[in-house]
Design a protein around this ligand. Structure first.
Ligand code: UN1
Length: 443
């Protein structure tokens, strides 16, 4: 992976328009994942533990699950697949991978790199299919008893269907779903740092990360100031040709561009105010963006959109909008901030900007998200921390680090009796007399 980082990164930028620096970073995420797991086959430790009976020993083993079917989205077309594929293979499973339909060239290159790493035939396979065909294939494979674990990264709606399907087969899938990730700005925050964080969280990758910022929740005392600074930063941000140094490039595919223009922008209401660009919707020669890098008509580019005045009752507040649109809401008390941070029902990532540790620990305790950033972007998780969410963001499964091992192994308990006779647990244990009524003489 390391030796092929550059061509793979270029392929990612070419096929889905991720800015080249981010593409390199996302291949580096694969390298980091490989580095983390490289010796994991030597570390699949079990425990030995004494029995309650003499001449008997107890052991635990991590056993591979079997065949893992992995279905992934295209926004991180190699990093997220590696979070499943690398530990699944290292734990002794076979993997069938179904990448996103709109990243076939990247998927083919990634699969070739895995195959060339040298696995026995049939241990790793890649299959290209659309969503409905994949679902039917999964149904048939589960019915036939051919799949033992499903891993899915994608939308909450599809995750729910996969969860139901797996539940009928008494399986618990690894689900990594959507997010509406909040970023809370306390009145004591360093506003410049908070703006930098909101800019990257909300508009990096054109907002097409599951960890992208959904709503900035700003204290009323700093709302005007924060909004002015964010508006300036977004207005000045370089957007355009992803081979250049830009904040974001085109939308990954027509389906994301169409949904952004036809569905997400329609969630804007009269009580909202729009900021951030010289236009709204598709960037084109007719609807230009000031300072655009390159030719807007050669890709599916959209204007960044800040929507101020978002409230807890708005559709925009509770809908995951996979694109460069960020809501801004206001709060007075910490309780109001928490209500806004949790009320949408997702629970993937979150962030708080503050200088006060009390705010940090209160936020950490009350936020429903699986991941919490302090004075940092909602995105940008590292390969050795548990990645995953709660509520509409997932079923509590975690990827990355040591935590993912529980997805791809099952604990097996073994006991070995060498007493030469049958010893019955709970019944044949030694009876050692005790005197529970014994008390020390009063002082
Ligand atoms: C995703 O969008 O599915 O934490 C994953 C991040 C990246 C991964 C995002 N490392 O933003």
């Amino acid at each position: 992976m390391e030796s092929n980082l550059e061509p793979l990164a270029r392929l990612i930028t070419g096929e889905i328009g991720k800015p080249i620096a981010e593409s390199r970073g996302s291949v580096q995420e694969v390298v980091d994942t490989c580095d983390f797991f490289v010796s994991e086959g030597r570390r699949l430790y079990g425990m030995t533990v004494p029995s309650e009976l003499p001449d008997k020993q107890l052991f635990t083993f991590r056993a591979p699950v079997g065949v893992a079917a992995i279905v992934t989205a295209g926004n991180f077309p190699v990093a997220v697949p590696s979070w499943y594929i690398v530990p699944a293979l290292l734990c002794g499973n076979a993997v069938v991978w179904k990448p996103a339909e709109y990243t076939p060239a990247i998927a083919e290159a990634f699969a070739q790199l895995i195959v060339h790493a040298g696995f026995p035939g049939g241990v790793f396979s890649m299959v290209l299919a659309d969503g409905p065909t994949t679902f039917r294939g999964l149904e048939e494979a589960l019915d036939a008893g051919l799949v033992d674990k499903v891993g899915f990264t994608g939308s909450t709606d599809v995750g729910r269907q996969i969860g139901e399907l797996c539940g009928r087969h008494l399986q618990s899938p690894c689900l990594e779903l959507g997010g509406k990730n909040p970023l809370v700005v306390m009145p004591d925050a360093d506003l410049d740092v908070a703006v930098e964080g909101a800019l990257f969280s909300g508009f990096g990758t054109a907002g097409q990360r599951c960890t992208s910022l959904g709503t900035v929740i700003v204290h009323e005392d700093v709302h005007v100031d924060f909004l002015a600074r964010l508006t300036k930063a977004v207005g000045e941000a370089a957007i355009g040709d992803p081979t250049k140094d830009v904040l974001y490039g085109p939308m990954m595919n027509a389906r994301f561009c169409d949904r952004f223009c036809d569905e997400w922008l329609r969630l804007v209401r009269e009580h909202h105010a729009i900021h951030g660009s010289s236009g709204v919707g598709r960037i084109s020669r007719g609807n230009p963006r000031e300072g655009f890098v390159g030719d807007p008509d050669v890709g599916l580019y959209v204007h960044p959109t800040i929507v101020d005045g978002v409230t807890i009752d708005d559709d925009l507040y509770r809908t995951e909008t996979f694109g460069p649109i960020v809501g801004v809401a206001s709060f007075g008390t910490f309780d109001e901030a928490m209500a806004l941070a949790n009320g949408h029902g997702y629970g993937l990532s979150s962030s708080i900007y503050t200088r006060d540790p009390l705010n940090v620990f209160r936020f950490r305790e009350r936020i429903s998200a699986g991941m919490v950033s302090v004075n940092n972007s909602t995105s940008g998780a590292e390969a050795h921390l548990p990645f995953g969410g709660n509520g509409k963001s997932g079923n509590g499964s975690r990827q990355s680090g040591v935590w993912v091992l529980d997805q791809f192994t099952r604990w097996q308990a073994m006991n070995w009796d060498y007493s030469g006779k049958l010893q019955k647990a709970q019944m044949d244990v030694a009876d050692v007399p005790s005197d529970p009524d014994f008390r020390l003489p009063p002082g």
